[in-house]
Design a protein around this ligand. Structure first.
Ligand code: ADP
Length: 334
């Protein structure tokens, strides 16, 4: 799905690596997070100590991995990357922690998915730079204390609410990453175009930014699709015109809705007069699983103020009627 915020495979990850800003100053948007983080990092550098552990929360594609890399770079330290799901046992975590060098930055993506025993080991590691490695089983089991080098943990989560309190409390600095404004995404698109060697007009970049669902990863992906179009059908320059034509070819409309989003909204309006209608009924009408409608399409439609979830079912807003160019029935919608 071209408008999915998740990375879509190894090829995309290679391209993303090339587009990642390397310094805090090149990181676009998230002004407050950037300023606060600069203080945390430079304060620690000035004292010659490792900074507090950092928790980054926010949806996929908003720049958490990028920021972790920047933190390591600003501190002049190497970065170790792992993730909650990759660490299955406490022993896996002990292996990572015991091989960290002093000051190293450890990035744990999807930290809310860490297995319980590993999570408990992490508490002690974060607080005292020490872990207890348990050897043996049953009554003969012994805990062997192991010192680890002072390190900085950067944890990332898309679900801050799912993080257990004790873990959340051990982060000295928590940053919440928000969706980006179109003007910020426009800067990101122009910057990426520069790095990819693509000529882009200002209104071409703005057109892409407006359809990127507040997410840099999506903006960069749309840019690459428009570039293909501009190179094959035009003179290679990304203009408003080429962006519009290319993105309508990919069924991404001017607000960033794709085919599925529009099908859900269209059904809700045309078949159910704007609702309220139950999720499963709506899902049958678009020929999708209820879960797909709920998880894939709805969050963005709700965020856009096009759809509301009410106790009586899904309801379209006035903006939804306007967006699809339809006239609402006489009984006023939301
Ligand atoms: P996350 O880890 O939150 O899923 P990433 O850090 O992998 O997101 O970012 C996805 C892509 O978006 C990367 O290519 C990155 O360069 C780009 N990106 C994210 N945030 C920014 C930003 N603030 N400025 C410029 N590019 C960004």
């Amino acid at each position: 799905r071209i408008v999915s915020a998740a990375a879509d495979g190894p090829n995309e990850q290679v391209i993303e690596a090339a587009l990642r800003p390397k310094k805090l100053g090149d990181f676009v948007g998230q002004e407050r997070v950037r300023e606060q983080l600069a203080l945390v990092l430079h304060g620690a550098l000035g004292r010659g100590r490792t900074p507090d552990h950092v928790l980054l929360s926010g949806g996929p594609g908003l720049g958490k991995t990028t920021l972790a890399m920047i933190i390591a770079a600003e501190l002049g330290q190497p970065l170790r990357i792992s993730s909650g799901p990759a660490i299955e046992r406490a022993g896996d975590l002990a292996a990572v922690l015991s091989t960290l060098s002093e000051g190293e930055v450890l990035f744990l993506d999807e930290i809310h998915r860490l297995a319980r025993p590993a999570e408990e080991m992490l508490y002690m590691a974060m607080e005292d730079f020490r872990v207890d490695v348990v050897v043996g089983k049953g009554p003969g089991a012994t805990a062997i204390p192991l010192d680890i080098a002072p390190f900085t943990l950067v944890g990332a989560t898309t679900r801050a609410g799912m993080l257990p309190g004790p873990l959340r409390d051990r982060f000295g600095f928590t940053a919440h990453m928000d969706f980006y404004e179109p003007a910020e995404l426009e800067i990101i698109v122009r910057r990426s175009a520069g790095l990819l060697g693509v000529e882009t007009t200002d209104d071409g970049a703005a057109e892409i930014a407006g359809r990127a669902r507040g997410t840099p990863r999506i903006a960069n992906r749309l840019l690459r699709r428009v570039r293909d179009y501009a190179e094959v059908r035009g003179d290679g320059t990304v203009t408003r015109e080429s962006a519009r034509t290319a993105l309508s070819l990919y069924e991404v409309d001017e607000r960033g809705l794709d085919r599925l989003d529009r099908a859900v909204l269209g059904s809700l309006l045309r078949k159910f007069g704007g609702g309220p209608v139950g999720l499963s009924t709506l899902a049958v009408a678009v020929g999708e699983e209820p879960e797909t409608v709920e998880v894939v399409a709805e969050p963005f439609l709700v965020r856009q103020g096009l759809l509301a979830r009410t106790p009586r079912g899904r309801v379209a807003t006035g903006a939804a009627w306007a967006h699809l160019g339809l006239t609402p029935p006489p009984t006023a919608p939301l």
